[in-house]
Structures are given as structure tokens and as C-alpha cells.
Design a protein around this ligand. Structure first.
Ligand code: ATP
Ligand code: MN
Length: 481
């Protein structure tokens, strides 16, 4: 008999039918009731064993974590908590799980503990929910862009350009560290290396994405990116996934509109397609918050928070306006910020971003027109203002509980300006000739942004540590599994 997935059985009404289910034992109660999960849904099915007619030795092997195949009749359940169950006529243990050794017992484990056994944590309800939502969001990203006619572009993971400046890079090399080829002056001879030049893991697909956008009009990338930054925070990974659309003929407002539409589409998709998972995570969060004092609990539960995000326009304001708000804010006046905002030009730290979204506006915020000095060379320069301040058409989207979720800009399409900025920042133009060619041949206004995929998953699942929304996190001093 072919296997039926539990997800389909839980909604079935054709009682009396013979079914076979394969899955893993979650619990086994009273020598009678097996809760089985096969990953197709966060919910388990109950299989009822006739223990009086079942071999004692076989019953002993029904332990948490064991893989089983069960055949029996689908019946309406008399018990509370489930609609259907399977009356077992045949039970086979596919793989035993020694209860003395299996680390996942049917009780609540801390997320920290589960992180240490990340190879097994998929089997918990929490991670079942998180990674189902991660999957749904990834699918929805492609759906969104495909529906809009964007071309999915695979930009390289190994890159020869190190000028992007988005962060510290991981060197890719086959040079034997015990036998480094050297030039006469003692420097490393990269001609001997695999690619005949220094190469790194990419920090962003943007520059290559721009090349494609200047032919296809609208493209996006969705792939892994790598940053060797030593930031041990709950929002940084050394390997993370980024979605980077790049569009010809979009100005910064078009860019913001697209980003806001994308974020809302993805949240709506999760709400519409991951109901069980979100409900589970919502309750999990409510339980967790019971440990906290009243004033530290969230005003909105997970579902209400997501709904709120859909129903409200993101607040749009300039960096200059934001700095005024921050300068006059209570935590700045009372010197509670670690980095005090003295005036225009200061880089915004995550404490400032979170004050703006969580305390001041209480909703997602898009900040624009940052000082050129604190942003990348490829961002389009605005006219210098009366005070002589130079700003660029950058836009960052800040989310409650997350901080920056999107970073983007209108790109500098004017060759002279771009060369000027590269010169200021000591970026060697001759190494970037391929990039500059877009500005030499048929340059046009264009824009793009990067959405950090794990930060999105964090927001939608309500998880609080980025290590818990990627299957096998890579962080400083940790690359296990
Ligand atoms: P942050 O200031 O938070 O470090 P950033 O300014 O370095 O971010 P960008 O270079 O603009 O970020 O990257 C675009 C997006 O990628 C960010 O908005 C964020 O969502 C995500 N991102 C950046 N760095 C990381 C990281 N180390 N781990 C996970 N996501 C990241
Ligand atoms: Mn960063």
C-alpha cells in the first residue's frame, strides 16, 4: 500500500478506509496512543495500537524518535484534540531510537540547547514551523518576481571584485598555507593561485545584478552571501541569503514602492499559507512572554503584528528628519544611547533605528537621503544643499524588533560622478572597468535593494535569534555540521 501523508489524512472524512502512514514517533502514551509526525504538517496523527494483541517486544520499540510505518483503518476519533485517528492493524519499526540516548525528549527544550543539536532540531514543532515558513517565503519571493516579469539572475558566489565595500570578505584560495608562492618583494604571488588573482566569496550580487538590469530591465538575485564581519549579534550571520532586485528606469521612489510591495506580499503569503505554523509560533511566543513583566510584553501578538504591517503604510522620512527626532529624543537627552546623536552626519546605530521604529513611529520606517560620507560609492548623489551637505539617494527599511531589513538606493548613473566618488574612496577604477561600462554605453537611471532573507524570516516567525531561522548557522567561531 502506498503511503498517505498525515497532512492529507487530518482533513479526510472517508472513514473506514485502509491507510499506511510513515513517520516518526513523537510520544507513546498508555502503551496505546502513538503520536506520529511525518513532517508534512506541524500536527501529529494519533495511531491507536491494540496492545493486548501486540507483541510486548514490539511495543517496547515504539519510542520517541523512532521511525515507524503504520497501516490501519482511518476512523473518527473519540478522544479530545483530534478529529481522526488510525486504528493500527500492522506496525513496523523502520528505525529504532534508543530512548536513553535520543536527545529530544517530549518536553520543552531551550533554543540554545537545540542549536547545539541543530542536526536533530528539525524534528521539533518549533523548527518544523520555522523552516516551513522559511520555505514558503522563499517560494513567494520567486512567485512575486516571476509574476512581475523580473528575470532571476544567478550572480557569482566567487568574485574577483573586492571593491563593493559591503563588509569584510572571505578569501577563496587554493594556495598551500605552508608553502606560499611569493614575488621578489615578498608579497603573495596570486598568479600561482587557482584563478591567477585574488578572489573572495561575494558580499552582494548587486554590481553584477546592475549589468543584467541594464539589459533585461528588471532582474533579481536570491542567493547566499558571505561577510567575515566579526559581529556576534542576534541579527548577523557570516553566511546569509539575500534577495537583490535591480531595475532600470526606477528612481528612488519606485524603489521604495517595490520594496514595500514585496515585503507586504511576502507577509501576506505567509499569513495565507502558513496558518498552522504561525498559530503555533504565536502561542509559543505568548507562553514565552508570560515569563516577562507586563511592561516588557509585546503589545501585539505575532499574527496581529503581521496584520498591522500589512494594513499600514511604512513611514517615509529623510535621514535629516530622523536625526532631528533622535537628537531631541528622551534617550538621547538622558544620555541613554550608547552612541549619542550630536548632529547631522552621524551613522545610525541599531539602537537609533530601533528607537525610531519601536518607540517613535511604532511601525516600519523607510529612511532616505543619507549623508554621502556614510554610504557606498555607487549611490546617486543629490544636489548639495544650502549648508553644503552632500546626500545620496539611499533608502533603508527598518522593522520593529529587527532594525535594518532592507538596504538600497538609486544608483549613480553618471560616469563622471561615479568616477569622482570612487576616486574619493580610493577604489581603483581600472579594476572596475566592466562595471563602469554600464555607464559608458547606454547608461540610464536605475535602482535596487538588498533584502536580508533571514531577517525577514525572523520578523515573520517572531523568533529572536537569527541562528534559529537558518538550518545550519555560520557565525564567528562556529561552522559545525
Ligand atoms: P547592518 O548594518 O545591519 O550590518 P548592512 O548595512 O551591512 O546591515 P547591507 O550591506 O545594506 O547591510 O545588506 C543588505 C541587507 O542584508 C541588510 O538590510 C540586512 O537585511 C541583510 N544583512 C546584512 N548583513 C547581514 C548579516 N551579517 N547577516 C544577515 N543579514 C545581513
Ligand atoms: Mn553589516
Amino acid at each position: 500500500m502506498t503511503r498517505t501523508k498525515i497532512k492529507d489524512l487530518l482533513n479526510a472524512t472517508d472513514f473506514g478506509r485502509q491507510v499506511t502512514i510513515n513517520g516518526w514517533v513523537k510520544t507513546f502514551r498508555n502503551n496505546q496512543f502513538i503520536a506520529i509526525n511525518d513532517g508534512s504538517t506541524i500536527n501529529n496523527i494519533q495511531a491507536v495500537v491494540d496492545f493486548t494483541n501486540t507483541d510486548e517486544a514490539l511495543l517496547k520499540r515504539i519510542t520517541t524518535g523512532a521511525a515507524v510505518s503504520v497501516t490501519g483503518t482511518l476512523v473518527e476519533s473519540l478522544g479530545k484534540g483530534q478529529r481522526v485517528e488510525v486504528k493500527v492493524s500492522q506496525l513496523e519499526i523502520l528505525g529504532d531510537s534508543d530512548p536513553e540516548k535520543f536527545p529530544l525528549q517530549p518536553k520543552k527544550h531551550s533554543l540554545e540547547f537545540l542549536r547545539e543539536i541543530a542536526h536533530l532540531r528539525f524534528r521539533t514543532n518549533t523548527f518544523n514551523a520555522v523552516f516551513k515558513i522559511r520555505h514558503a517565503l522563499a517560494f513567494a519571493v520567486h512567485k512575486f518576481f516571476n509574476e512581475k516579469g523580473f528575470v532571476y539572475m544567478h550572480t557569482p558566489i566567487i568574485t574577483g571584485s573586492d571593491a563593493e565595500g559591503a563588509g569584510e570578505m572571505f578569501r577563496v584560495s587554493t594556495i598551500d598555507p605552508d608553502n606560499i608562492p611569493r614575488n621578489e618583494d615578498g608579497s603573495i604571488n596570486y598568479k600561482e593561485d587557482f584563478f591567477g588573482r585574488p578572489t573572495n566569496l561575494t558580499v552582494s550580487g548587486q554590481l553584477e545584478g546592475e549589468l543584467a538590469a541594464m539589459a533585461f530591465g528588471e532582474i533579481y538575485t536570491f542567493g547566499p552571501t558571505f561577510r567575515a564581519e566579526n559581529s556576534n549579534t542576534t541579527r548577523h550571520l557570516a553566511e546569509f541569503w539575500m534577495i537583490e532586485p535591480e531595475m532600470a528606469f526606477y528612481d528612488i521612489t519606485d524603489n521604495m514602492d517595490l520594496a514595500e510591495e514585496l515585503l507586504k506580499y511576502l507577509i501576506r503569503y505567509a499569513l495565507g499559507n502558513c496558518g498552522d505554523e504561525l498559530e503555533f509560533l504565536r502561542n509559543r511566543l505568548l507562553e514565552e512572554e508570560k515569563q516577562k513583566p507586563q511592561n516588557e510584553r509585546s503589545e501585539l501578538d505575532l499574527l496581529a503584528k503581521l496584520q498591522f504591517c500589512l494594513e499600514n503604510d511604512f513611514e517615509r522620512l529623510t535621514y535629516t528628519e530622523a536625526v532631528e527626532i533622535l537628537r531631541n529624543s528622551k534617550p538621547n537627552q538622558k544620555k541613554q544611547f550608547k552612541y549619542l546623536i550630536e548632529g547631522w552626519g552621524a551613522d545610525l546605530q541599531s539602537e537609533h533605528e530601533r528607537y525610531l521604529v519601536e518607540k517613535h513611529f511604532k511601525k516600519p520606517v523607510i529612511l532616505t537621503n543619507y549623508p554621502a560620507e556614510i554610504k557606498s560609492f555607487y549611490m546617486r548623489l543629490n544636489e548639495t544643499d544650502e549648508q553644503g551637505r552632500r546626500t545620496v539617494r539611499a533608502m533603508d527599511i527598518l522593522f520593529p524588533g529587527i532594525g535594518e531589513i532592507v538596504g538600497g538606493s538609486q544608483r549613480e548613473e553618471r560616469l563622471e560622478n561615479l568616477l569622482g566618488r570612487m576616486d574619493e574612496l580610493n577604489i581603483p577604477a581600472h579594476e572596475m572597468d566592466w562595471y563602469l561600462d554600464t555607464r559608458r554605453f547606454g547608461s540610464a537611471p536605475h535602482s535596487g535593494f538588498g533584502l536580508g532573507f533571514e531577517r525577514l524570516v525572523l520578523f515573520v516567525t517572531g523568533m529572536t535569534n537569527i541562528r534559529d531561522v537558518i538550518p545550519f548557522p555560520r557565525t564567528p567561531k562556529n561552522a559545525e555540521f
